[in-house]
Design a protein around this ligand. Structure first.
Ligand code: NG1
Length: 531
């Protein structure tokens, strides 16, 4: 039974029947025709629907989503599409259009006993296989069906699936979130749910990658689901998930973002214990130490079940500060007040974390007034991490300053009258992007020589601001370039980076590595058939 519309005001995941509603920069009908043919070739029938979800580029606000600070991404047109026909054998058949990724089939378990709600599949996180991402989406969608809409004792519907992606993998453009969102949406649809809100889809996708052992924040899934053509997104996580699309100001020369892939693969899952998850643990321990020093209690509500730097900021203001009528109040999102609070937080972080070269486990435990065993038990046992010293100074200062930069960036974009002087606007925005990169490199240690080099070349050639985007450790960079300078910056990168580092690189690889992507529409279901 299809689920009915909940309320007219709720922002629902759209269903479209024409490709022109999805893609503006390129004609994708050839791609879809080939995929429909392939589907017929493999399964001997036509797909019932296509679910798709895009990648994203983050303009500013890196490694702060899991601390619950707001970010400014936009969805891009590159996406993951999932063609689906249901089957009645309870089997999931997965084929990828890219032969590099082998097929897999499995039968779902019924999984509706009370201890195992919605767990239709088990995921072996020790394997790095593409199908694990589909399983994440499948799993969270079934948990949603069982727990949220209380559909129990109904056999999970099997699916014959063909997947195709244009978001480069491990490049910081969120191919994993795009795939998981598309897989979750496909699963809901296959199981008769034709109406789902963007908020519900984003929320279920946000928790999903934890099944693979990565404790990510919610930026990618939110950007992928809420993406809106010609709009960037202001994504807030607290007090609740909220995505506000906004248009760039109209300037005499259009604001253009060039994405340059370093082609260095950033493998988030395999390196999680020393890279991504270690950062998640470090910022949580930093929050706990600040809370301990200022004797405030903070909610244990991060993805990894610990306190957050956002939580500390809120608790600190409740207890000690706040100007005038705001004394003791939670921050309501007002930009100037947020900037003031974040300035204060940066100062506190610098005062408390004086050891700029890091803290051993014993030193961190002492800061928390606990034993090393207690530190391990409470903070280091949730996910495997490896370190010599916890970099608490750099991580906490980066997070508060980056959160501040997001508000400054937003303010510049929304300020009335910016249209008149695009050079000043681009310059100011660019400065914030450059500072962000410096901070990610120097304080958060998540850049790499190739990304630094790309940023330097782009800035030399006319980019106003250049920074890594996404998790870093490789992957993509984003550059604010005036539209009349794009070709010059591209040429300089081709000559001084790509042709030097990858001699003989093919022209189509270069074309894929350097893209100007317009903000695109988010997750949706396409029902238009063969175009
Ligand atoms: P990537 O790896 O670029 O998709 C990751 C996290 C985000 C965010 C950024 C850093 C996932 C799915 N996403 O993005 O939540 O923390 O790093 O800002 O892990």
């Amino acid at each position: 039974m299809p689920r009915k519309i909940m309320s007219a005001e709720i922002d629902l995941v759209p269903e479209v029947s024409s490709l022109s509603e999805i893609y503006v920069s390129s004609d994708q009908s050839g791609r879809y025709r080939t995929l429909f043919d392939e589907f017929d070739h493999y399964y001997g029938k036509a797909p019932e629907f296509v679910s798709r979800s895009p990648g994203r580029v983050n303009l500013i606000g890196e490694h702060i989503d899991y601390c619950y600070f707001s970010v400014l991404p936009m969805a891009i047109e590159q996406d993951i599409v999932v063609l689906v026909c249901t089957n009645d054998s309870g089997t999931i058949n997965l084929i990828n259009s890219n032969a590099k990724f082998g097929p897999e089939s499995f039968v779902m378990s019924a999984a509706d006993d009370d201890n195992n709600i919605g767990n239709v599949v088990s995921i072996d996180r020790s394997l790095t296989t593409w199908t694990n991402y589909f399983k994440c989406g499948l799993l969270v969608a079934h948990q949603y069906l069982a727990i949220v809409i209380k559909r129990r004792h109904v056999a999970p519907v099997g699916m014959d699936v063909l997947v195709d992606g244009t978001v480069p993998a491990a490049a910081g453009l969120s191919s994993s979130a795009a795939f998981i969102c598309a897989a979750a949406l496909a699963t809901l649809r296959a199981n008769g749910v034709t109406t789902v809100s963007k908020e519900e889809l984003a929320k279920m996708a946000i928790v999903s990658e934890r099944h693979l052992g990565v404790y990510s924040g919610g930026m990618d899934q939110s950007a992928s689901v809420f993406g809106k053509r010609d709009h960037a997104l202001y994504v807030q996580f607290q007090p609740k998930l909220k995505c506000t699309p906004f248009k760039f100001p109209k300037t005499d020369r259009p604001l253009t973002f060039l994405i340059a892939n370093s082609l260095v693969k950033a493998n988030k899952h395999e390196t999680a214990p020393v890279n991504y998850n270690l950062r998640v643990v470090e910022v949580s321990i930093a929050a706990e130490i600040l809370a301990h020093k200022y004797s405030v209690a903070i909610p244990q509500d991060s993805g990894i079940g610990m306190g957050t730097l956002w939580g500390f900021m809120e608790a600190y203001y409740k207890e000690y500060e706040g100007a005038g009528a705001r004394r003791g109040q939670a921050w309501d999102g007002e930009v100037v007040e947020g900037m003031r609070r974040l300035h204060t937080m940066t100062g506190l972080a610098r005062t408390v974390f004086v050891q700029t070269d890091g803290y051993t486990a014993a030193e961190a435990a002492e800061e928390l007034g606990m034993t090393v065993d207690e530190l391990h038990e409470r903070f280091l046992s949730k996910t495997p991490v490896r370190f010599e010293k916890l970099q608490l100074h750099g991580r906490a200062v980066h997070v508060y300053e980056e959160a501040l930069r997001v508000l400054q960036y937003l303010r510049l974009l929304l300020e009335p009258g910016v249209d008149s002087d695009s050079d000043k606007l681009f310059h100011d925005l660019g400065q914030l992007m450059n500072q962000s990169h410096e901070s990610l490199r120097g304080l958060f240690n998540c850049s790499c020589p190739e990304l630094d080099e790309i940023c330097a070349i782009a800035r030399r050639t006319g980019s106003y601001g250049s920074r890594l985007t996404g998790a870093g450790f490789g992957g993509c960079s984003v550059h604010l370039v005036a539209s009349d300078k794009v070709q010059e910056v591209k040429d300089a990168l081709i000559e001084n980076y790509y042709r030097v580092k990858f001699p003989g690189i093919a022209d189509d690889a270069l074309e894929e590595a350097l893209v100007v992507s317009k903000p695109g529409i988010g997750s949706l279901v396409y029902t238009g058939g063969v175009p």
